[in-house]
Each structure stands twice: as C-alpha cells, then as structure tokens.
Ligand binder design. Structure first.
Ligand code: GLN
Length: 283
C-alpha cells in the first residue's frame, strides 16, 4: 500500500485492495480492520478521515491476510452474536446471524423463562447458542459439549467474559455419549455440509473454518443420525429440542427425527426466508 498517511487514505487503499481480491463487503471490512489495527471504534474511522496514521504496518498486514480470504473474525478475534461479543479462533465455527433463528425459536418454545431449566448444546463451538440462551434465561443452567479441547477453551473464556460462567459448564464429549439427562432444552447446530461440497464453499469457510464443524458426511446428515436416538433418550418428556440444518435439509431432518419417535413441532425461518431449524418434542 502506498501513500497511506491518514485514516481516510488507509481506508481507501484497504478497500481497493480487498475489492481487487473479490471480497464482497470490501469497504466495510477495511473499516473494521482499520479500527481493530488502530485500536479505535469503527465510527471514529468515518468521523475523522483526516487524522494521521503514524504506522500502518499492522493494518497492511491484516489487509493482506483478508485479501487471502482469511475470515474477518479470525483477524479481529471477535464476532457479535445475539448482541453479545464472542471470541472466535480458528478452532471454532464463526457464529452466523442465521443461528440467531435457533435462539429465537428455542426462547419462543419455552413457557416459563424464569424456570430453572437445564440446557445442553451439542457441538458448542464458541458457546454462542448456549450463552445467548443463558443470557435470556436467568435461572437456567447449561452444558456445552464439543469434541475438541481447544474449542472448549474458547467457549469457557466466552462464558467468563459474558459473566455466565457460573451457569455454563463446558465438557468434552462425542455428541451425547455418556450423558444421562434429562434436559429441558436441547440445541445443536451440528456440521451439515455434505463432505463433497466443502471444497466448493467460499474460501473463508473451506480453507479457514474447522472441518469438523462443517463436515456432515456424504449427505450432510450424519450428525442428525447420531443425535436422533440420544435426543429422544435424554430429552425431558416436557422438553424441546431445536436443531439447525442447512438449505433444503428440513424435510430429511424431520424424517430422521420422526423415525426416532421425536415429534416435529414446526420449522423456524431465517431472515432470508429459508427454513433454518426444526423444533422437536416427545409429545
Ligand atoms: N454451536 C456453534 C455455532 O452455532 C458451533 C456449531 C458448529 O461448530 N457446527 O456457531
């Protein structure tokens, strides 16, 4: 990058560089990266374009990584979900706005939000689903299960920073193995991408997100096959389970769960209008 001397010039150069690399939201990403690199708020970037930038080297390094399609969340280490601030690392899936649909659906399915509910989240990643739920359910306690210790460490830090550590326990596990329940609320956003489709996803996902968080086996439905019988076993008779799934997978997931005697209560639709999660109960 040449001629960077002011905030405005940095922003222009960075945005141009990212646009040339085919980044869809080049300007926005450049602004967020610049704010992160300078340790200032993104609004300051817009308000004070003439301010001098003494040393743009950190910014330039981050712009180069973003141009190589590394996700923004990996550069800043942060992602907002449910208006809460989450730490994100290469060991976790980047929380998606679409998954807020699951949180909404689960909250809507709960009759008494002051009840001392027990929640479990399978494949917790950053812990975003469980922690968003706990932030809305003041007397609930939750367990987040993940297969990788390095991922759980991130979830635990997120719980601590959000002041939810007393009500959130994170433990290593292979889905529901060795869990007895019963749980009032079961949630999961399991890996659901058909294995053969991962390489064709955008590079931010295919190259930088943990494969174990994406890969749903040959047809994308392996995790649901694993989860189905166990959800029936550990779900309280009056409880609900809410499962996220990929585009067009709703009917197949509902069929798999029905075969395990779980009763589909309906789908929830994301902001783009796609069926995004399935609500299940035992009766
Ligand atoms: N539960 C986490 C999320 O929704 C991680 C999901 C995953 O790794 N598949 O972001």
């Amino acid at each position: 990058m040449s001629g960077v001397g002011s905030i405005g010039a940095c922003l222009e150069e960075g945005a141009r560089c990212l646009a040339a690399a085919g980044i869809p939201d080049a300007r926005r990403d450049a602004r967020l990266i610049l704010a992160h690199a300078l340790g200032i708020e993104p609004v300051t970037i817009l308000g004070y374009p003439e301010r001098p930038v003494e040393d743009a080297s950190r910014y330039e390094g981050l712009i180069a990584r973003r141009a190589a399609r590394e996700p923004l969340s990996h550069l800043t280490g942060r992602r907002e979900f449910w208006s809460l601030d989450f730490e994100v690392t290469p060991a976790t899936l980047d929380p998606r706005a679409d998954s807020e649909t699951l949180v909404e659906a689960a909250l809507a399915a709960i009759q008494d939000s002051d009840a001392p509910l027990s929640i479990v989240d399978f494949g917790t990643g950053t812990g975003c689903l469980l922690l968003a739920l706990l932030s809305e359910l003041p007397n609930a306690k939750g367990l987040g299960i993940d297969i990788a210790e390095e991922t759980l460490a991130v979830a635990r830090r997120n719980a601590a920073r959000l002041g939810l550590a007393e009500r959130a326990l994170f433990a290593i596990g292979d889905w529901c193995d060795s869990l007895a329940g019963p749980f009032d609320l079961i949630v999961s956003n399991p890996p659901y991408i058909p294995a053969g489709e991962i390489a064709g996803l955008q590079p931010e996902v295919a190259k930088f997100e943990p494969r174990r968080a994406l890969d749903g086996g040959a047809d994308g439905l392996d995790a649901y096959r694993r989860l189905g019988p166990d959800i029936y076993r550990i779900l309280d008779p009056g409880g609900v389970a809410v499962l996220e799934f990929g585009l067009g997978q709703g009917p197949a997931v509902a069929r798999l769960m029905s075969a395990e005697r779980l009763i589909p209560q309906g789908f929830s639709t994301d902001i783009a209008g796609h069926e995004r999660c399935l609500i299940l109960a035992k009766r």
